[in-house]
Design a binder for this molecule. Structure first.
Ligand SMILES: NC(=O)C1=CN([C@@H]2O[C@H](COP(=O)(O)OP(=O)(O)OC[C@H]3O[C@@H](n4cnc5c(N)ncnc54)[C@H](OP(=O)(O)O)[C@@H]3O)[C@@H](O)[C@H]2O)C=CC1
Ligand SMILES: CC(=O)N[C@@H](CCC(=O)OP(=O)(O)O)C(=O)O
Length: 312
């Protein structure tokens, strides 16, 4: 019998690391952990990397870059170097890295399977790219379309510091942020949705732990001439018909942001007015599910060639 592949989660004790660890129990892999007292010790981390077939980086961007350099050093030293799945923002548009959104195109699962370096998508880009990319690919949305994205996230999206701030008595009920219009997810959205211009992106955080809605208003007359609301629905339905994670649902008048908390799926909708002049595209997901750890498990399964089935 073949030995189970070994996975090391660097940053195992953080918000994303803990979620990935828990979900990994459903895959036939062995988790290699370092002594918690040495979890930031470079020597202990390099030893763990050398034991692993895959290292999952759940670290801040700078620490992720350092960890990648450690793996590269192993290879330079002629030692076995693991594949890398990075959860941070550091490599999502970097050359040599494959974007870990299997639904991006027909070829993407195969590209992820073959890659040594995969970047796990950001939570907001997961919703935005899922809505925009099929419309650009189908030619109904021009690459220079003036895209606006509004979004609300549960506070776990901000990691440990935001969780502590929100769970202190008197944490804010709702706030807009990223109002310098330079949010870290913009390059990733622009690049993988194949847009020529940077979207206007206004994220927000609500006083609930997990859940997310990404919404994109559309003036229908700015799309390619003759495009109807029904066309948008059909394009999205066709794109995701075979997906186990992305579902195109019927339009609703209200959407609750945390309805998919704890789940790995994502729901897409096309809402429109009666005349079909204005539309709003929405994606609802769990920021820690399909927006982070759920996607990571999809990518790990592809990268290691394993399927869920254990512990379920
Ligand atoms: N929260 C989310 O929704 C999502 C987060 N991500 C990304 O995942 C990464 C981690 O985020 P998140 O889990 O939220 O953050 P957390 O702050 O919850 O966790 C980060 C973890 O990394 C540890 N760490 C920090 N520096 C080092 C280092 N040099 N060596 C080893 N360990 C280190 C931290 O330890 P300590 O606390 O002791 O400093 C902590 O355990 C980030 O890049 C984030 O952008 C991705 C998708 C979604
Ligand atoms: C609510 C909140 O603060 N969200 C984070 C993004 C969530 C996240 O950490 O996303 P990635 O690490 O996957 O890029 C932010 O806006 O910076």
């Amino acid at each position: 019998m073949m030995a189970e592949p070994v996975v090391f989660i660097d940053g195992e004790a953080g918000t994303t690391g803990l979620e990935i660890r828990e979900r990994l129990l459903s895959l036939p892999v062995r988790i290699y952990s370092v002594d918690p007292a040495r979890r930031k010790d470079p020597q202990a981390r390099v030893e763990a990397m050398a034991e692993a077939d895959l290292v999952v980086l759940c670290l801040p961007d700078d620490a992720s870059r350092e960890a990648v350099a450690m793996v590269e050093q192993l290879a330079t030293d002629g030692r076995k170097a693991p594949k890398i799945l990075d959860a941070s923002t550091a490599f999502r548009t970097a050359p040599g890295w494959v974007y870990g959104f299997p639904e991006l195109s027909e070829d993407q699962p195969e590209a992820i399977m073959r890659a040594n370096r995969v970047s796990n998508p950001g939570c907001y880009p997961t919703g935005a790219i899922a809505l925009l990319r099929p419309l650009v690919d189908a030619g109904v949305m021009a690459p220079d379309f003036p895209v606006t994205i509004n979004a609300i996230s549960g506070y776990t999206g901000g990691g440990r510091s935001m969780i502590e701030e929100q769970e202190r008595e008197g944490g804010p009920a709702f706030l807009l942020y990223g109002l310098n219009l330079a949010h870290k997810h913009l390059p990733e959205i622009r690049s993988h949705a194949l847009l020529e211009h940077r979207p206007v992106f206004v994220p927000s955080v609500g006083h609930f732990p997990r859940g997310m809605i990404v919404s994109i208003p559309i003036h229908m007359n700015l799309l390619e001439k003759g495009t109807t609301v029904e066309d948008l629905r059909v394009i999205l339905e066709k794109r995701y018909v075979a997906s186990s994670f992305v579902t195109v649902c019927k339009a609703e008048n209200t959407l609750v942001a945390d309805a998919l908390a704890g789940q790995d799926g994502m729901e897409l909708r096309v809402h429109a007015d009666h005349e079909g002049r204005n539309a709003v595209l929405t994606a609802r997901l769990d920021n820690l599910g399909k927006g982070a750890s759920g996607a990571a498990i999809q990518n790990i399964a592809l990268m290691l060639g394993v399927s869920p089935g254990r512990g379920e």
